[in-house]
Ligand binder design. Structure first.
Ligand SMILES: Nc1ncnc2c1ncn2[C@@H]1O[C@H](COP(=O)(O)OP(=O)(O)O)[C@@H](O)[C@H]1O
Ligand SMILES: [Mg+2]
Length: 244
């Protein structure tokens, strides 16, 4: 194996982490929110590793802390206490600018509402090209086609979001989230706005794309998300009550 990065062609994919290696982890993560009249303790000491090439479901009732944890893992928010590592780098104490750069390079994010994930005047292929470029990776046409084919939306390559169903939009959002090989892909209730057949399609998409190497971390109320998951973290009142 060569260690000289200049010997790699510019078009070689970035060497992703081995499947099963820890892509992200949290150690003793606490989150408090201070409002005018009270302090909410949303996460009470969360420990969990998130392996690459695997899907981890984060489940629990409304208010249990799922979104708080996902925002911290996605480097959108910081823990009040504890450590978060992404690709071996401790992000808990990073300055905002560094954290933004790491987020852009290493985190794919899928919002609940499909339309929030897409830009209405770009075709499917252009959304994916943009997603790769934002991660600092030159988009490859073959890669775009391959990912769209995996998700069964290759015929939609030149279509705009308004021409796609909600389920197709969300599959495209997942496709964009893996472009440029981020370390983790975070999805907060990605099936909540979809009918059950479309939700199944999105879960299948996530299942297919986990072989691309990212650690998928998905929150949901939907029990089918657990079936699609390799690992689980169940929260109640900000505490882990079940994990595997
Ligand atoms: N910005 C905030 N300010 C104050 N409290 C918040 C804020 N965000 C979330 N919370 C509170 O933290 C707890 C966990 O919320 P959240 O992480 O959104 O849970 P979930 O996603 O499981 O519904 C809830 O009690 C919620 O009201
Ligand atoms: Mg939530």
């Amino acid at each position: 194996m060569t260690l000289d990065p200049f010997l790699h062609g510019a078009s070689d994919p970035a060497p992703g982490p081995e499947h099963g290696q820890t892509a992200a982890s949290c150690t003793a993560v606490f989150k408090y929110y201070r409002t005018a009249d009270e302090e909410v303790l949303a996460l009470k000491g969360i420990d969990k590793d998130f392996p690459s090439g695997r899907v981890t479901a984060i489940v629990g009732p409304s208010g249990s802390g799922k979104s708080s944890l996902l925002r911290i893992l996605a480097c959108v928010d910081r823990p009040s206490d504890g450590y978060v590592r992404i690709g071996g780098v401790d992000v808990s104490d990073m300055r905002p600018r560094q954290r933004r750069a790491l987020r852009r390079r290493s985190v794919g994010y899928v919002f609940q509402d499909p339309i929030d994930n897409l830009i209405d005047y770009l075709s499917a292929a252009d959304q994916m090209r943009l997603a790769a470029r934002l991660r600092g990776v030159a988009p490859e046409e073959e890669e775009i086609r391959r990912v769209l084919r995996l998700l069964d939306i290759e015929a939609r390559i030149d279509h705009h979001p308004a021409q796609l169903s909600g389920g197709e939009q969300q599959r495209l959002a997942v496709a964009c989230a893996v472009m440029g090989r981020p370390a983790i892909v975070v999805a907060d209730e990605p099936t909540a706005e979809l009918d059950s057949a479309s939700a199944d399609g999105v879960l299948e998409a996530i299942h297919e794309l986990r072989t691309e190497g990212a650690a998928f971390i998905i929150s949901s109320h939907d029990p089918r998300v657990m079936e699609a998951a390799d690992h689980l973290l169940r929260l109640e009142h900000g505490e882990v009550v079940e994990t595997w």
